[in-house]
Design a protein around this ligand. Structure first.
Ligand code: G6P
Ligand code: ZN
Length: 537
């Protein structure tokens, strides 16, 4: 029996960089989650008898929204819903399930690296049949629907037991509860040389940050690869991530950082975020920036069985450093520069134009799924360490000796009043035409623009994707506002400087001039009232 629930639109359901993210309290308003899920279902065709994947990172509200979404999927005509046991699916595992089960799409419930709990964040993202985040034309259709919605539908049914593997019936639809790790682990075993990694007898610390990768990392690293028990830290997913911020950067994963900088550090350290798609890589005594990690993984990927035949192309988001471009040039393969957001890689991967992609925001991945994949990056690093017998530090130094080094840092100014952040960006955009030729200390502006991207596969154009100021000699600064926050605005300032010879200098010192120029150009202190970034990564 299908029930119809009258509703009225909410005015704030426009999906951001990565789905709809809001405070839990916002999602708890009557009809709020239901309106959005119904808008997703109304915006997509082909639901009759189709399969839908549903899973999340286990954060507060995960189970409740899954129960609601199951009843609504049954009313929308889906034939089967596949749910991870306990409501758990890492974002890359959800992407994999959508692909291998031929699903129409999936609902990924997460706010990624944002904190969880009753006063923190929740999110709903729709992924399409290729396993990747819905492209803009789909998210625009979903948003349009949220502004006109008058009714949402479900079937009358009890909550199901999300913890029991197997199939149950909800209305005319089958709900299948699956082991969230099994299929993903099989995929990883296909891509990487598990025997070689086992034989290398490396030591490692992996911080799952009380988030979704705990069960995945425990099964793959400890059970299948033989790393010692206790290698995986904070391995149980908690609804509030233990009160921590599940963002794998040097601020929020500082315990791992301290472990890796200690004299008795293990060979390799890594962490992942709330939903398992980001990664942090730290070798003994050596932090690897996400931009460098992308370049180093691309340069060495052929050492892993899944990439032995070579790469078709490398894609990076615009604010990501150009280190990966240098690898692409050496390999003689194309390099692509896309706007921020994994969804922009989907078409390149589907078209076979790129094999490996990555972003400065700690995401790396390949054509094995259509999301970035934290554990994948960890396993590729381990495969490279095993195949070369080198340490992370040696790999990094050898890489810079070959390609030169792109010194890189991101400065985040968080919780800035939206009006002030918008004013900063507007003023900056207004200066673009006159910036070329201006001097800031020893730096001369060569070019400045607001990044626009034309997708080479379908010709779609995305404008206003961040302001780039390029200096003579290859340094640059990029300014953009975060698209993933849930309160106020976050200004991100990305600093980059290339040096072919001086490859082992202090990053802060190497970037000091560019940081000063960034403030002079954008008036960061004047607009934000802050004289220091909140987070430097
Ligand atoms: C999400 C997306 C990433 C993107 C990031 C940017 O994590 O999945 O692809 O790089 O958001 O976040 P920002 O806060 O900078 O918009
Ligand atoms: Zn994430």
């Amino acid at each position: 029996m299908i029930r119809e629930h009258p509703t009225t639109p909410f005015t704030d359901q426009k999906p951001g960089t990565s789905g709809l993210r809001k405070k839990v309290r916002v999602f708890q308003q009557p009809n709020y989650a239901e309106n959005f899920v119904q808008s997703v279902f109304d915006a997509i065709d082909g639901k009759d008898g189709a399969t839908l994947v549903i899973g999340g990172d286990g954060r507060f509200l995960n189970r409740e929204v899954i129960q609601v979404a199951i009843r609504m999927a049954a009313a929308a005509g889906f034939g089967r819903v596949i749910v991870g046991q306990g409501g758990i699916l890492s974002t890359p595992a959800a992407s994999n399930l959508i692909r291998i089960r031929g699903a129409l799409g999936g609902l990924v419930l997460s706010a990624s690296h944002n904190p969880g709990g009753p006063d923190e964040d929740f999110g709903i993202k729709y992924n399409i049949a290729n396993g990747g985040p819905a492209p803009e034309k789909v998210t625009e259709a979903i948003h349009a629907r949220t502004t006109t919605i008058t009714v949402w539908r479900d079937v009358e049914a009890d909550d199901i037991d999300l913890d029991r593997l197997g199939e149950v019936q909800v209305g005319d639809m089958v709900v299948e509860i699956v082991d969230p790790v099994a299929d993903y682990a099989v995929l990883m075993e296909k891509l990487f040389d598990f025997d070689a990694i086992r034989a290398a007898k490396l030591t490692m610390a992996f911080d799952a940050m009380s988030a979704v990768t705990g069960p995945y990392a425990t099964e793959i690293l400890e059970n299948r690869l033989g790393f010692a028990r206790g290698t995986v830290r904070n391995g149980t997913p908690l609804p509030d991530f233990g009160g921590h911020h599940p963002d794998p950067n040097l601020v929020h994963a500082h315990e791992l950082y301290e472990t890796m900088m200690a004299p008795d550090a293990p060979d390799f350290g890594a962490a992942s975020d709330g939903d398992g798609d980001r990664n942090l890589i730290i070798g003994r005594g050596r932090f690897v920036t996400p931009s460098d990690s992308l370049a180093m993984l691309a340069a060495n990927a052929h050492l892993a069985p899944g990439y032995a035949q070579g790469l078709k192309g490398i894609a990076r988001s615009m604010p990501t450093s150009a280190a990966a471009d240098r690898v692409a040039a050496k390999l003689g393969i194309p390099a692509y520069e896309t706007p921020t957001g994994w969804k922009f890689f989907g078409n390149l991967l589907d078209a076979g134009m790129a094999t490996i992609c990555g972003e400065e925001s700690a995401g790396t991945g390949s054509d094995h799924v259509r999301e970035k994949d934290g554990l994948w990056a960890v396993l590729l690093w381990l495969n490279i360490l095993a195949a070369t017998g080198k340490s992370v530090d040696q790999i990094a130094r050898d890489h810079w000796a070959t390609y030169g080094r792109n010194y890189y840092a991101r400065h985040d100014y968080e919780g800035v009043e939206s009006d002030r952040a918008d004013a900063l960006m507007a003023e900056l955009r207004g200066r673009l035409a006159t910036l070329p030729g201006e001097r800031f200390g020893d730096l001369t502006v060569e070019a400045a623009d607001d990044f626009a991207y034309e997708d080479p596969t379908d010709g779609s154009v995305s404008r206003n994707q961040g302001v780039r100021v390029l200096f003579a000699g290859g340094s640059r600064v990029v300014f953009r506002l975060s698209g993933t926050g849930t309160s106020g605005a976050t200004l991100r300032v990305y600093l980059e400087r290339f040096d072919a010879e001086r490859i082992d200098e202090d990053t802060t010192e190497m970037l000091a001039d560019i940081a000063a120029a960034a403030d002079a150009i954008a008036g960061i202190v004047r607009h934000t009232g802050r004289d220091q970034p909140d987070v430097v990564t």
